[in-house]
Design a binder for this molecule. Structure first.
Ligand code: BDR
Ligand code: CA
Length: 302
């Protein structure tokens, strides 16, 4: 798993570890929601708290062709905003001596590998640029990012796509089996005050910790009034745990690299193969309530 932890990346990590049948062989970090230093520290804090054994590898500190576009001021608390408690800083877990590029390359050499990416795609793009033949070892490339309609970071672009559009372009052109969980899918999985209360009622220290983070997430746009928010990264993770809750459609996905207002926008042509050759499967329909119910169970039992 490649991530820029972040509250929702943390939930995604837990879903993979607790609810999927995948063996989590490694976690790599990337600049995105916040600096590489913070996404790595946040990831270490999460794996330590929840006893996730996979090694953590630090990855790219800069996108391929632009400066970092971090949003920690929006996300609060070094991208792990909270209305109460936060993850204690890691005391035992440290970063692995191998960086993300080395570790991901080695894992692909052992291949085949499923990659779940919940941040900007800089790390996998670097590996695919350096070793294009390793594309053959990517069994599935599942990522949260993009949108077939409107954006969230800009009117046109979703954040992960906007934060490194050149990297997304590399992945889309690599000839690997890409599965895109964009905003059209994640907006079908809202988390709201009901989930915050359910976590508080669970009464365990971990459930309360999650409630404090969910509480911040729901008040991110308006400090006084909690409002339902899309649960982004866990939706992509949930597709690996519970594929029966998702419907995907073949599409040709291309990312805008040059538009002065539309940089990072993902254009999804669903009329394939008539008008274009497909290069991805895009999540179009999600049983959102059921995904949310199962994710909540994972958090409650954590
Ligand atoms: C994506 O952007 C980040 O802020 C979230 O962690 C998620 O990966 C949603 O656009
Ligand atoms: Ca993320």
């Amino acid at each position: 798993m490649d991530c820029d932890t972040g509250f929702d990346d943390a939930v995604a990590l837990l879903v993979i570890d607790r609810a999927s049948s995948f063996e989590l062989v490694g976690i790599s970090t990337v600049v995105g929601n916040t600096t590489l230093e913070r996404t790595t520290a946040n990831t270490l804090a999460v794996v330590e708290r929840f006893g996730i054994a996979a090694p953590v590898h630090a990855g790219a500190a800069k996108p391929l062709a632009q400066e970092p576009q971090t949003i920690e001021e929006l996300l609060g608390g070094g991208a792990l905003g909270t209305v109460g408690r936060s993850f204690p800083p890691p005391r035992r877990r440290t970063v692995d001596s191998r960086d993300a590029i080395t570790a991901l390359t080695a894992a692909l050499e052992r291949g085949p590998l499923t990659i779940l990416a919940t941040g900007p795609l800089t790390n996998p793009a670097i590996v695919l640029n350096l070793r294009p033949e390793l594309a053959a070892s990517v069994e599935r490339f599942v990522f949260m990012g993009g949108s077939a309609t409107s954006g969230n970071h800009t009117a046109a672009a979703e954040f992960n796509a906007f934060a490194d559009p050149e990297a997304l372009d590399v992945v889309l052109r690599a000839g690997i089996p890409v599965e895109m969980f964009g905003l059209d899918a994640t907006r079908q999985v809202p988390i709201g005050p009901g989930e915050e209360s359910a976590l508080r009622r669970a009464g365990t220290p971990n459930a309360e910790l999650w409630a404090d983070h969910v509480g911040f997430y729901l008040r991110m746009l308006d400090r006084r009034t909690p409002r339902p928010m899309a649960l982004h990264d866990p939706t992509a993770a949930a597709s690996l745990a519970w594929p029966e809750l998702f419907e995907l459609a073949d599409a040709r996905v291309e990312v805008e690299l040059h538009g002065s207002r539309s940089r990072g926008a993902t254009l999804c042509e669903f009329r394939v193969p008539t008008l274009a050759q497909p290069n991805a499967r895009v999540a179009v329909s999600v049983q959102g309530e059921e995904v949310m119910r199962r994710v909540l169970e994972v958090l409650r039992a954590s």
